[in-house]
Design a protein around this ligand. Structure first.
Ligand code: SF4
Length: 225
């Protein structure tokens, strides 16, 4: 097991490198691998086990709501895997890589090629975020479905968020949901407990390794960093 303080120091350095690259989007991405650093973390740690349990909880709640609506996410023209969501937690980053390591070598190589391509296409976009397929999507399916981040799990159905000191915010479902099912009464789906639990887990992990740097990465970047 890696010394947490040593890991924290290296992690801080790696994130600074990552930030520099983000400020120069046309540079050849990621000359140093954060994966190498993070491979030193024991992937079977309690943090990743806790994250898996939290993901299971999200999946159960999502399935309840989806069943109520009769909503099945079965690929659509407006595929949310083209949305380039940003992810902000190191525990999710680690968990995604835990899954990535289970893929056959050839599939990993192909995925990394796609990730580089996505990164470079995004770097060349000057206006609104482009709709570019996530490198983990192969033939319409997520090849790391069991390891996909929180936002991928919760997307699609209408939900609410309760930020302290504000009104409850209601958000509609995705376009496919809206087109087919918008007339159905709302099934209460509150994302707040999931966000809070993930934030707490992340904070506990960061406290352990002594790191508070913010990260904001697409899936392509999570693979490349
Ligand atoms: S990680 Fe999987 S579910 Fe999420 S955007 Fe990529 S392909 Fe889609």
């Amino acid at each position: 097991m890696t010394n947490p303080m040593g890991l924290a120091k290296k992690l801080k350095g790696m994130i600074m490198i990552s930030k520099k690259m983000h400020s120069d989007r046309n540079a050849i991405p990621f000359p140093v691998s954060l994966k190498h650093l993070l491979s030193e973390v024991d992937v079977s740690s309690a943090f990743l086990t806790s994250l898996k349990l939290l993901y299971d909880e999200m999946d159960r709640k999502y399935q309840q709501a989806a069943s109520y609506y009769g909503f099945v996410c079965n690929g659509c023209e407006d595929n949310c895997c083209r949305s380039q969501f940003y992810h902000h937690t190191l525990v999710e980053y680690l968990y995604l890589h835990k899954g990535f390591r289970t893929l056959p070598e050839k599939m990993r190589q192909e995925t990394m090629d796609r990730a580089r391509d996505v990164y470079q296409r995004l770097a060349s976009e000057t206006e609104k975020p482009a709709l570019i397929m996530c490198p983990l999507n192969e033939n319409g399916r997520c090849i790391l479905y069991l390891y996909r981040p929180m936002i991928c799990r919760l997307h699609g159905i209408p939900h609410e968020l309760r930020k302290p000191g504000t009104w409850v915010q209601h958000h509609p479902g995705c376009k496919a949901f809206h087109d087919r099912l918008k007339s159905l009464p709302y099934f209460r789906f509150d994302r707040t407990p999931f966000y809070l639990k993930l934030a707490y887990l992340e904070k506990t992990f960061r406290d352990k390794i002594g790191n508070t740097e913010r990260i904001r990465l697409t899936v392509a970047e999570m693979l490349l960093v």
